[in-house]
Design a protein. Structure first.
Length: 207
């Protein structure tokens, strides 16, 4: 691709570094910005700068937040005795999009994957155990993608939590093994959460 401007080329390179955006898509985006008023581009970049500088991680669940504690954790209408454990913020958003889950969340920030050098200490697990230690939690739902790494993470968490509360559940197999929650349709995801089963029962029936 012959681009006669180094400034233009740098902008295309910046956009194409984003996931899911190839050089052609990046070129279209940069041309779009070029054809808009300068104020549009300034507002666009300022929004990104402000977001990156000020976005926070919720001190309770590790969700993204404008404040120290996210809106979900602050909401008095949520069931604060039920925690849904997810791998990442994308999965949290996928579950929220169903509009049916009314508990709160806990974002691990990944899954246990020894081959990638990710162990329990690299994940947001200690704070989950601390939340369970309060004695105020009735149920923890494992809503983690059913991959080998996900199953390993669920097993590890269940062993750490089994002495701290009576009910540990896992979403039903509406999401196929090896699938990712963020790509499941809303109806399938909602049913998987609604039809969740005690984790110990799942281990017995599949072992």
């Amino acid at each position: 691709m012959n681009i006669p401007s180094k400034l233009f080329e740098d902008a295309v390179e910046a956009f194409s570094s984003l996931p899911g955006i190839g050089k052609k898509s990046a070129l279209r985006l940069v041309l779009h910005l070029l054809n808009k008023e300068k104020e549009f581009a300034f507002q666009f970049t300022e929004a990104i700068k402000t977001f990156r500088a000020n976005i926070k991680s919720c001190k309770v669940c590790a969700n993204i937040s404008d404040e120290d504690v996210c809106e979900i954790c602050q909401h008095p209408g949520r069931d604060h005795k039920t925690i849904c454990v997810v791998e990442n913020i994308r999965d949290l958003m996928a579950i929220e999009s169903t509009g049916l889950y009314r508990g709160v969340y806990h974002v691990l920030g990944g899954v246990i994957s020894p081959i990638d050098g990710v162990g329990p200490d690299q994940l947001n697990i200690r704070s989950l155990l601390d939340r369970a230690d309060t004695g105020e939690i009735n149920e923890i739902i494992m809503a983690i993608s059913p991959t080998i790494e996900g199953e390993t993470t669920i097993y590890y968490l269940s062993k750490q939590l089994e002495s701290k509360l009576d009910l540990i559940t896992q979403i039903a197999r509406g999401v196929s093994f090896g699938g990712e929650l963020e790509y499941a349709d809303e109806l399938t995801l909602a049913r998987s959460i609604a039809d969740r089963q005690p984790y110990s029962k799942n281990m017995t029936s599949t072992g």
